[in-house]
Design a protein around this ligand. Structure first.
Ligand code: ATP
Ligand code: MEV
Ligand code: MG
Length: 395
């Protein structure tokens, strides 16, 4: 079977407001980051499927003939609107992953095999290929590493199978797909997120696919076309955590104390709405110090709410204290429980204040850097060879 080789990339994300609440039907505001995951897909004649995941130190291969036995009997197309639980079970047995195992390698391998088999099941024959993934994103830190990974897998495998055509090139030698192809990529990526997360809202894979700044509400994606250029400091506390465990923890709290937790989620929804409204006012009028005062207060209130939901961490509390001592406001971003936080920088925030804050945070043992938001969504970067991808094909 002939397959098309490609190199694709997708961005990570930061959630401004609405993490966790968005899983329960509330609104979230999310932005793409200038940190990306890259995937190189090579056709081979070895009758093997190989996956190289250097970020998580996983290098595996399987015989295509063995994988063929896992393809569901119907041989029809697997529905990409819902997760095929029976296929997930079969893949778990095949790779030897016990039910409930949450380790990094198991989740990444399951997501790859699931998307690979579901995309090629209908073609009657699984192809032999090598997939190598390399990322600028920290893994499992709240910046959407799982969604960037799932979006890359979906885009590359759909493109290799010919299910989506080659995208059109722009002047920057990158290429983006049309709306119908992006929707398909997003749907398959969502299945990858379901395997890694358990019960994702879909906001992360939407940002990985579409890029930019998005409003996300119950599956409805609305790109915000006019937003002020926000300056954001990203800090990684380096405290490891699992999105799946944290999302399940919030659900447990909701079940235990619905009358206490539901109003908190409603309040987070109102914070996201107020933030959206403020951002829109900042673009129609000029941004004023009062607008930034509101954005800062929303950040503080939401951080308290996230602590109430049980997804805070002492390292995040410390980070908020350290930045506030310099007059800057922070909240966790993503699933919390450690991982990353965002700090809003005001236009008038002096360079020395930023430098000193970064220094303070680094002294706490955290990684800290200023980021650019609103990067492009999934792209075919076959014509550009990103740093590091050459090395991956050596494994
Ligand atoms: N570069 C990568 N290579 C292989 N697997 C990856 C890579 N990046 C992420 N993953 C998979 O995604 C998992 C991390 O997902 P998780 O959702 O817990 O964190 P995150 O996506 O970084 O944070 P958040 O969901 O809060 O934004 C890893 O355990 C691994 O299975
Ligand atoms: C915690 C969460 O809201 C955001 C993770 O980046 C989970 C999700 O929306 O799937
Ligand atoms: Mg994730």
């Amino acid at each position: 079977m002939h397959i098309k080789e490609c190199i694709v990339s997708a961005p990570g994300k930061a959630i401004l407001h609405g993490e966790h609440a968005v899983v329960h039907g509330k609104m979230a505001l999310a932005v793409s980051l200038n940190l990306r995951t890259y995937l190189q897909l090579q056709a081979t004649f070895t009758s093997k499927v190989c996956i190289n995941l250097p970020n998580i130190n996983a290098f595996l291969s399987w015989d295509v003939t063995v994988l063929n036995q896992l393809v569901p009997d119907s041989e029809g197309e697997i529905c990409y609107l819902a997760l095929d639980i029976e296929l997930v079970r079969r893949l778990r047995d095949f790779v030897g992953i016990p039910n409930g195992a949450l380790d990094t390698r198991s989740m990444a391998i399951l997501a790859f095999l699931y998307i690979y088999i579901s995309i090629f099941a209908g073609s009657g024959e699984l192809p032999s290929l090598t997939v190598s993934v390399w990322s600028e994103l920290p893994t499992g830190a709240g910046l959407g590493s799982s969604s960037a990974y799932s979006v890359c897998l979906a885009a590359a495998l759909l493109s290799a199978s010919g299910t989506i055509p080659s995208p059109l090139s722009d002047q920057e030698n990158t290429a983006r797909w049309g709306v119908a192809e992006m929707e398909l990529i997003n749907r398959f990526a969502f299945q990858g997120e379901r395997i890694i997360h358990g019960n994702p809202s879909g906001v992360d894979n939407a940002v990985g696919t579409w890029g930019g700044i998005l409003r996300y509400h119950s599956g409805k994606i609305t790109p915000l076309s006019r937003v002020p250029m926000l300056r954001i400091l990203l800090t990684n506390t380096k405290v490891p955590r699992s999105t799946k465990v944290l999302v399940a923890g919030v659900k447990d709290k909701m079940n235990k104390f619905p009358s206490i937790i539901n109003p908190v989620l409603d309040s987070v929804d109102a914070i996201s709405c107020t933030c959206e409204q403020t951002l829109s006012e900042m673009t129609s009028d000029s941004p004023t110090p009062e607008h930034y005062d509101i954005l800062e207060e929303l950040i503080d209130i939401n951080q308290h709410h996230l602590n109430v939901m049980g997804v805070g961490h002492p390292a995040l509390d410390n980070l908020c204290r350290v930045t506030l001592a310099r007059g800057l406001h922070s909240k966790l971003t993503g699933a919390g429980g450690g991982g990353c936080a965002i700090t809003l920088l005001r236009p008038e925030t002096e360079h020395s204040v930023v430098q000193n804050t970064v220094q303070d945070l680094r002294e706490c043992g955290y990684d800290c850097w200023e980021t650019r938001i609103g990067a492009a969504g999934v792209q075919d970067t076959t014509v550009l060879v990103p740093l590091g991808v050459d090395d991956l094909s050596l494994h």
